[in-house]
Design a protein around this ligand. Structure first.
Ligand code: GDP
Length: 306
C-alpha cells in the first residue's frame, strides 16, 4: 500500500495538488471555485460527485474558514475520504463455503469485463496473491472466444504454480469450461476457483445469455462468491458505459480498476462507485505479477494529495 501511494504520487496525481493549490488561496473567488470544479471534472470524478464536493467544501470554508495550507489540506482530505466512501465493504469473499450436503465447496470468483481491460492479467495476479496466502487455486479459462486467452491464462497458471482448466478447441462453450474448472476445484479440494471470461459486448441480450448460462452451470457445483468487474481506469466515460451493461446483467459484487498506473485521473474511482453503485475492491498498478493491491481509501486519498 505504501507502494500504491508512491505509484499514485509518481503518476503525477495532479488532482490533489491542484485542488490544494486553489483551496489554499487567501480569498476564494467564484473563479477559484470554478477552477476547483474543472479540476475535479478533468480528473473523471463525474458531475454529480463534483457538485457535491464543491458544495461541501464551500459550506465548510464558510463555517470554519481556512487559516492555512494545513487546514486546507485537512479539509480537503476529509471531504475526499467521504467522497470515496470508507463505509463500503471492500472485502473479497474467497473462503471455501459449505454446501447443503455439509461438504466444502471452493469459493468461485467470476471475472467479467470488456476485452483488453485486464481480466486475464487480474486473474493471474489474484492467483498469485491467494497462493502467497497459502490458498489452493484453480484457474478456469472460460474466455474461449479470444484464441490466445487460454494460453495467456495457462502461462500465468504455471508462473504462479496453479492448474488451469481449459478447452483445446477455439470457440468451445465457455459455460462448459467454467463448469469443468469448478468441478475440478471441488474434486481436488481447492479453496478458490478463478474463472476468466470473454468480454464480448455484442449486445446486452447476448451478454446476458452467455454470462447467465455460465453462472447457472457454475452454481450447480458451487455458489458464486464474487463476480468482479474489471474496468480500465484509462478509458474514462466510454469504459463506464460498457461497465454499466456488465453491472446490469452480471450480478457484479465489486470492481477491479486496472491500469491506475497509467492515469493521473484518480477521480474515476469515485465515478465508478457512484455510477455503478459498486465498491472498488482491487486496483491494478502495472503489468507485473505483484501489481495488484486491495483498494484502501486512506492510502488512495493520501496518494491523491501527494
Ligand atoms: P483481457 O482481454 O481483459 O483479459 O485483458 P489482458 O489481461 O489481456 O490485459 C490487456 C493488457 O493490459 C495487457 O497488455 C496487460 O499486461 C495490460 N494490463 C492489465 N492490467 C494492467 C495494469 O494494472 N496496469 C498496466 N499498465 N497494464 C495492465
Amino acid at each position: 500500500l505504501a507502494r500504491l501511494r508512491g505509484r499514485l504520487a509518481r503518476s503525477g496525481s495532479p488532482l490533489g495538488a491542484r485542488l490544494l493549490a486553489v483551496l489554499s488561496r487567501d480569498h476564494l473567488t467564484e473563479d477559484d471555485w470554478d477552477e476547483l470544479e474543472e479540476t475535479l471534472l478533468l480528473a473523471d470524478v463525474g458531475a454529480g460527485p463534483t457538485g457535491e464536493l464543491i458544495d461541501a467544501l464551500r459550506t465548510e470554508v464558510r463555517v470554519r474558514g481556512i487559516q492555512d495550507p494545513a487546514a486546507a489540506r485537512a479539509l480537503l482530505r476529509e471531504q475526499l475520504v467521504a467522497l470515496v466512501d470508507p463505509s463500503l465493504d471492500r472485502s473479497l469473499a474467497t473462503q471455501p463455503v459449505v454446501g447443503d450436503d455439509g461438504e466444502p465447496r471452493p469459493a468461485v470468483v467470476l471475472v467479467v469485463g470488456v476485452n483488453g481491460t485486464g481480466k486475464t492479467t487480474t486473474v493471474g495476479k489474484l492467483a498469485r496473491v491467494l497462493v502467497a496466502e497459502g490458498r489452493t487455486v484453480v484457474l478456469g479459462a472460460a474466455d474461449t472466444f479470444r484464441a490466445a486467452a487460454a494460453d495467456q491464462l495457462e502461462t500465468w497458471g504455471s508462473r504462479v504454480g496453479v492448474p488451469t482448466v481449459r478447452s483445446d478447441r477455439d470457440g468451445a462453450d465457455p459455460a462448459a469450461v467454467a463448469f469443468d474448472a469448478v468441478r475440478t476445484g471441488r474434486s481436488t479440494g481447492a479453496d478458490v476457483v478463478l474463472v476468466d471470461t470473454a468480454g464480448r459486448l455484442q449486445n446486452k441480450a447476448g451478454l446476458m445469455d452467455e454470462l447467465g448460462k455460465i453462472t447457472r452451470v457454475i452454481t450447480r457445483e458451487a455458489p458464486l462468491s464474487e463476480v468482479l468487474l474489471v474496468l480500465d481506469a484509462t478509458t474514462g466515460q466510454n469504459g463506464m458505459n460498457q461497465a454499466r451493461v456488465f453491472a446490469e446483467v452480471a450480478g457484479v459484487t465489486g470492481v477491479v480498476l486496472t491500469k491506475l498506473d497509467g492515469t493521473a485521473k484518480g477521480g474515476i474511482v469515485v465515478a465508478v462507485q457512484r455510477e455503478l453503485g459498486l465498491p472498488v475492491k482491487l486496483v491494478g498498478l502495472g503489468e507485473g505479477a505483484d501489481d495488484l493491491a486491495p483498494f484502501d481509501v486512506d492510502d488512495f486519498v493520501d496518494g491523491l494529495l501527494g
